[in-house]
Design a protein around this ligand. Structure first.
Ligand SMILES: [Zn+2]
Length: 325
């Protein structure tokens, strides 16, 4: 019997997304299970394997239907060995053999990759990349992640740490502290958390007024979405924050493009839901900082797959492996 589906898994600290995906990248069925990171994470791969078996049964299928399991994991992964190097959020010891653990639990071949890289592969295969083989994806969420794809393959780097665009230094002196231990990383500016920080700084100035200031004084809080909504309405403080974010993000992306000249740079993650107001602001800064032949050929685009990018990209790992055979 030919194997028609791939299981794509997007492992998160609290929730795991799972999907059955055809060899053409179409989602047949998707669902979520809680990530049980108690007991040193002993149940994580077993729960995923059991959930996959149950769902196959529900759909009147057996494991013979699956070519394998691709998984995106939240941290650095050695793609060759399937070992997860740093597993702070999941309860595992460092250097956890995730691929071997999943293969044993599910009795299926498995491949593991970093989750931001999976999102990039997903966008390359079925999303904004639209089949382009040279793309860079930037995920603007609580943090800033990234994935660099050259000729259809993730650029891994010597220690699996390539594509960590969020930790590019944007403010060399006196920047805000970052989770990685440095200061002034792009993540401290262009993540949802960074945008909120910049907004609060701007709102703490004396004599501020306008929609964002009114919202902040009545709610006592401000979100990245508030900043974009108010910027869309012409609020001057929100526009100032947006321009600051766009300036730093546009500069980093232009320097990446000046180095790699990818076909596309795709902006994804929750912050990218701001849409054109963000994209256009970043584009104008990108054009300012990229040199002419790059400006003419590297295009900026918004991600199109949303939360599905991770499971689709994880499935691509297996699809790509099948193509090699
Ligand atoms: Zn950092």
């Amino acid at each position: 019997m030919t194997k028609q589906w791939i299981a794509g898994v997007d492992l998160g600290g609290t929730t795991t997304k799972i999907a059955f995906i055809t060899l053409d990248g179409e989602i047949i069925k998707k669902w979520e299970i809680p990530t049980d990171n108690s007991n040193e994470g002993k149940n994580i791969t077993v729960n995923i394997a059991n959930s996959i078996s149950e769902k196959l049964k529900e759909l009147g299928q057996t494991k013979d239907q699956l070519a394998g399991i691709g998984m995106g994991a939240p941290g650095p992964v050695n793609y060759e060995t399937g070992v997860m190097l740093n597993t702070v959020n999941l309860g595992w010891q460092s250097n956890f053999p995730l691929q071997a653990s999943l293969e044993q639990a599910a009795s299926l071949p498995a491949l593991i990759e970093n989750d931001a890289n999976c999102a990039a592969l997903g966008e390359m295969w079925k999303g904004a990349g639209n089949g382009a083989k040279d793309i860079v994806c930037v995920t603007l969420g609580t943090g800033v992640g990234g994935g660099v794809i050259a000729n259809g393959n993730i650029v891994q780097g010597v220690n699996g740490a390539a594509g960590e665009i969020g930790h590019t230094t944007a403010i060399p002196e006196g920047g805000a502290p970052c989770n990685c231990g440095k200061t002034g990383c792009l993540e401290t500016i262009a993540s949802a958390t960074g945008i909120v920080r910049l907004a609060k700084e701007a709102l703490s100035m004396p004599g501020v007024a306008g929609e964002l200031a009114e919202k902040y004084s009545s709610d006592g809080s401000v979100s990245a979405k508030d900043v974009f909504d108010c910027a869309r309405n012409g609020d001057s403080i929100a526009i100032k924050v947006l321009n600051e974010v766009a300036c730093h993000l546009g500069l980093v992306l232009a320097n990446i493009a000046n180095t790699l000249n990818p076909e596309k740079i795709v902006l994804g993650g929750g912050v990218s839901k701001a849409g054109d107001i963000l994209l256009n602001a970043v584009k104008s800064q990108f054009e300012r900082f990229s040199f002419s032949s790059v400006k003419d050929s590297t295009k900026l685009a918004l991600a199109t797959l949303g939360n599905d990018a991770g499971v689709i990209g994880a499935a691509w790992l297996i699809k790509n492996k099948l193509l090699e055979c």
